[in-house]
Design a protein around this ligand. Sequence first.
Ligand SMILES: [Zn+2]
Ligand SMILES: [Zn+2]
Length: 331
Amino acid sequence: MRLLVLFGLIILCLSGTSAAESGPSTAKSVAHTWGGKARHLVVAVIDGPRWSETWGASGQPDIPHQARELAPLGSRYDHFRNTGWTYTNCGHTAITTGFYEQIENAGNQLPARPSVFQFFRQATGLPAESTWVITSKDKLLILGNTSDPTWKDRLQPSLDCGVPARGPFGGYRDDRLTVAAAKAVLTAHHPALLLINFKEPDAAGHAKNWPGYLQGIRDTDGYVAELWQHIQADPELKDRTDLFITNDHGRHLDGHGDGYISHGDDCEGCRQISLLAVGPDIAVGQVFQDVRTQVDLGVTIAHLAGVTLPGSPGHLLTEMLVTVPSETEKK
Ligand SMILES: [Zn+2]
Ligand SMILES: [Zn+2]
């Protein structure tokens, strides 16, 4: 017994923590090991396109950059889904925390669980500039924090959401400004984790503007290609960055409710979304028929970042990864 206590004390001394400090800490206690080859993970969330106007459209006329430039370089899924609540804050929270949660959608509720950004900063001891949330929608600042009392207000990512000059909840900004902000951050900080949200085509859809909705799909297709080109032009980021392009939710099918204008229920149009991934950890030129979800993406991003999302029901997207961990490495 005494030996055990002594052994325990030695472990505590070696790890540099005490039992009272079992929560998150900025102290770097262990060497950090990445899950893959990439040292930078970028997630671009295009808000609310329908499958029928993106990958489901014959010849994919409105996503030419993703379909013809990026898809041949990486992997994509024909059956990627939001299986939680099909609105913005839930879809994004599922990716960043690995849990579907019926979270309030105006930004008045923080995710119940800590995010991959916080776990990464805890594991690495890196400062806030190592992780970023850059969004056109101001309300997505919720992704930077959690209501979990152990993690709340701690180890948060850097935030640039909506119109920061007007303060929190300063309104939505144009996606062109968001992509410019993301490029500037990529160059200045070479972040390990970066999530970008584009408000289109969701905003034009809600405005009942069909041409604007299609233009939003074309514009965001151009922005993700710009991001990829920006990454390739930076010697630190090139060949060391995985880019994930996905959606938070779809929209109602035609003939269901008000069709493309709204979303939020269980219809197939709201559920079916897309995932395209490119980078050193991603298989080249693959199209998968596996049914996968946003919490699976969350778990996979965490894995590549060298952390886990404890208790998440998500499964690693092993089919698209170049290197799959052995059973003993999976946690
Ligand atoms: Zn919406
Ligand atoms: Zn629907």
